[in-house]
Write a protein that binds this ligand. Sequence first.
Ligand code: 5GP
Ligand code: MG
Ligand code: MG
Length: 180
Amino acid sequence: MSRPYVIDQMISAKSIAARIEALARDIHDAFDGTDKLVVVGLLRGSFVFIADLVRELDLPVEVDFIEASSYGDGMESSREVRILKDLRGTIEGRDVLIVEDIVDTGHTLSHVTDYLRSRHPARLKTIALLDKPARREVDFRADWTGFEIPDAFVVGYGIDFAQRNRNLPYIGQVRFTDDA
Ligand code: 5GP
Ligand code: MG
Ligand code: MG
């Protein structure tokens, strides 16, 4: 059963691009002199963000992906996080940046961070495009955040609702129109 909804723009493509430029400068400063930065995207929601971010990074980078279970097709976090697809490369002794779309309850990124830290990277940092601090259930803060947003269900810029709307160039808020 699918309810009718509209998408209200929350963050424009232009604002996202400007924020990513600033974030890339901070990341560059933090990892300056690295021989190789392994940029790890969390599938699938981070794929647009990671593509834009690495193109602003003037550092030697390798790109890898990891997939953790989360919402499925619904709108609620599952809380129990499992690794569905692991990295292809090794990160021991390497500098690593984990790239996530949204920190919500915090379960996903704190689990993935612990998981990758157990492989002994040299430096491990995290970046999330969006942060919903009001929803936090575990004590987790990304090293860098693009935008803090209120407790709303968002889509676009890689982020889906039931696998749709990932291709929107902006971040929008889902608003149901049947007031059920
Ligand atoms: P957490 O484990 O922090 O609760 O949430 C992690 C995942 O939930 C995020 O990576 C994201 O995939 C998903 N999520 C959280 N908020 C939203 C949202 O507003 N829209 C969508 N589509 N996914 C969300
Ligand atoms: Mg995600
Ligand atoms: Mg999802």
